[in-house]
Design a protein around this ligand. Sequence first.
Ligand code: FAD
Ligand code: NAD
Length: 401
Amino acid sequence: MSQLKKILILGAGYGGIVTAINLQKQLGFNEAEVTLVNINDYHYITTHLHAPAAGTFPHDKTRVKIDDLLDGNKVNFIQDAVTKIRPDDQLVELKNREEPLAYDYLVVGLGSAPATFGIEGLLENSMVIRNINSVRMIRTHIEYMFSRYRNEPDRDDLVTIVVGGAGFTGIEFVGELAYRMPELCKEYDIPREKARIINIEAAPTALPGFDKELVEYAMETLERRGVEFMIGTPIKACQEDGVVVGDDEEKIKAATVVWTGGVTGNPLVADAGFEVNRGRVQVDEYLRAPNYDNVFIVGDSSLIFNEETGRPFPPTAQMATQQGINLAKNLVTLVRDGGALTTFKYEPKGTVASLGKGEGIGVVGKKKLFGWQAAQMKKIIDLRYLYMIGGISLAMKKGQF
Ligand code: FAD
Ligand code: NAD
C-alpha cells in the first residue's frame, strides 16, 4: 500500500485550482498523492459570469478544461459531486462512487451558495449567476421571453428584467444587460423604451460600503444606459410572475428575476459539522477549520476577519487565489515534514468592476478608476489570472481584448 500522504482537494474554483496548480509546481513526482474532485471537467472563471448571463460573451470562453491545467501524473482528477464530508473519519463521499475517498489533508474549496435570507419563493422563482449552467439558462430565458413579446404584446412583464441586489454581481450584470439591450430589442422587434431593467437594492445605496464618488458614477452611467434603480427597497417575496417589494408590498411584474442578493458558504461545510458563521467557516491563520488540524478551507466557504474594521473580508476571487497560493506552500511543508507553516495574511489589492463594455469603476491601491480606464484594468486583472493558471496560451485563448 502507498505510504504517500494523501491530499484531497474538493472543488476546482479559484481556491481549489490554484492550490492544485501550485502543488503540481512545487511537489516532485511521488512526494504525495494529490487528488482533485470537481463536479465538472472544467474550471470556470466566475468573475466573467455576468457577461455570458447577459449574452455579451460566449460561455465557452469562461471555462477551461481541467486536463489543460493539470498534469495527470502529479494530480489525479475525479469528476464527481461531493455529497458528504466526514472529518472525524477523514473520509469524503461522492455521488457516483461507493467507496468514500480517504485523506490525510483535506482542502475544501466548494465555493458558495445563494443567500436567500428566508425570502419567500426566491429559490423557486428566480435565477442566480453562479456557474456555467445557471448563466446559460439566464441568457436563454431572457431571449425566449423577448421572443414571446410580439405574440403577446399586452405582456409588458415579458420584457421586464428584475435584478435583486445592487452589490457588485448585480451592478456588473445590469451593466452588461444595458449594453446588450439595444441589440436584443432590435433582434426581437421591440421598441427599446418597452424593455426594462430594474435593479432593486435593500440598502440605502447601491454597492453599500464602496467609495461614494464611484457609486454615483456607476449609477449615473447605468441610468444613462437605461437601468432603473429602486434603492432602499427590500425584496420581500418572489413569485412566479414577479417580485413584491418595500413596506407597502408593491408588486413588480417581471418574467425574469435574477437574484444577486449575496452569497453564503456551500451547505456541505455546515453539514460536515464544522462550526459556521452565516454558513462560512472562520479559519485560523493557516486556513484550518476549528478543531481539525488537517482540514483547510479556502474561498467563499471560509471566513476571515479584517482586524482593522472588525468585519469579515468579502468573499472574492482575489482572496481565494491568495489562500490557494499560501496553502499549497504549507501543504508542501507538511508533506515534507519541513518545519514551520507560513501564516496567511490577506493583501487586498483593490476592487475593479465592469459596467458593461468600455465602462467600469475601481480602486487600486489609493487610486480611483473611472470609465474606460477601469474597464481596461478589469481586463488586465482577468488576463493576469489566466496567465497565472495557464500561461500565455490560455491568456490568449480565453482573454478579453
Ligand atoms: P468557486 O470559484 O465558486 O468554485 C467552486 C467550485 O466547486 C466550482 O468549480 C464548483 O463547480 C465546485 N463545486 C461546488 N459544489 C461541488 C460539489 N458538491 N462537488 C464537486 N464540486 C463542487 N471576485 C473578485 O475578486 N473579483 C471580481 O472581479 C469578481 N467578480 C465576480 C463576478 C461575478 C459575476 C461573481 C458571481 C463573482 C465575482 N467575484 C469576484 C467573486 C468570486 O468569483 C468568488 O469569490 C470566487 O469564485 C470564489 O472562489 P471559490 O474557489 O471559493 O469558489
Ligand atoms: P453582495 O453581498 O456583495 O451584495 C448583495 C446586495 O444585495 C447587497 O447590496 C444587499 O444589500 C442586497 N440585498 C440583500 N437582500 C436584499 C433584498 N431582500 N432586496 C434587495 N436587495 C437585497 O453579493 P454579490 O454582489 O453577489 O457579491 C458576492 C461577493 O463577490 C462579494 O464579496 C463581492 O465583493 C464579490 N464580487 C466582486 C466583484 C468585483 O470585484 N468586481 C464582482 C462580483 C462579486
